[in-house]
Design a protein around this ligand. Structure first.
Ligand code: FE
Length: 168
C-alpha cells in the first residue's frame, strides 16, 4: 500500500484509536523508521547527522530513541518562545501551546502550525501509537496521545533533546 500520511491521520482520528491509547503512556520506544522510508526536504547521510548532532540528539532524532523522563531542562521551560527542531531549526512548537502533563517530557496540545510536524503509526511496543517527527528533516520527536487538554485533547509528548528553545 502506498504511504498516505494524511489519510492515515484521518483514519486514526475517525476510528478514535488515539483515544483508546493508555493514559499518560511515555514517549518511549523505537518508532517505525519513517526516516529511512520517506524523502524529506532536508536530507543528510547518517555520517553527516552523526557529525552534526550530539550522541543523545542522534539517539532520539535519527534512531527514534527516548530520553529518560524529567531529564530535559525544557520540561520546565515556561518562558515565551519557540521550540525548534534540534536537527534542522524548523519551528515546531510554541510556548503558547505548552502545558505540564506531569509525565516528565515537554508536552504541547498542538504543533506551532499545521504542517510543522508529520506523523506515522508505530506498532513497535505492541499497540498502535502515533509517532511524531519534524516535517522538514524527519527527525523523531516523540508521540501524540489522546489524553491532552482542551481544545485539541491531544498530548504531543516530545523529547526535550529533540528541541532547541528560542526565547521570544
Ligand atoms: Fe528537523
Amino acid at each position: 500500500m502506498p504511504f498516505a500520511p494524511t489519510n492515515r491521520r484521518h483514519f486514526l482520528a475517525a476510528t478514535g484509536m488515539a483515544v483508546a491509547l493508555p493514559a499518560l503512556a511515555g514517549c518511549g520506544g523505537p518508532a517505525i523508521d519513517v526516516r529511512k522510508q520517506r524523502a524529506f526536504r532536508i536530507t543528510k547521510t547518517e555520517a553527516q547527522w552523526r557529525r552534526q548532532l550530539t550522541r543523545q540528539e542522534y539517539y532520539v532524532l535519527r534512531d527514534a530513541g527516548t530520553e529518560r523522563a524529567y531529564t530535559s531542562p525544557l520540561n520546565d521551560e515556561k518562558r515565551t518562545g519557540t521550540f525548534v527542531c534540534a536537527g534542522c531549526g524548523n519551528e515546531l512548537y510554541s510556548s503558547a501551546h505548552k502545558y505540564d502533563s506531569g509525565t516528565g517530557w515537554p508536552s504541547f496540545w498542538q504543533a506551532i502550525e499545521e504542517g510543522a510536524v508529520g506523523t506515522s503509526v508505530d506498532y513497535k511496543i505492541g499497540y498502535a501509537r502515533t509517532e511524531v517527527h519534524c516535517a522538514d528533516c524527519g527527525g523523531h520527536l516523540g508521540h501524540i496521545f489522546g489524553d491532552g487538554p482542551r481544545p485539541t485533547g491531544k498530548r504531543h509528548c516530545i523529547n526535550g533533546v529533540a528541541l532547541d528553545f528560542v526565547l521570544a
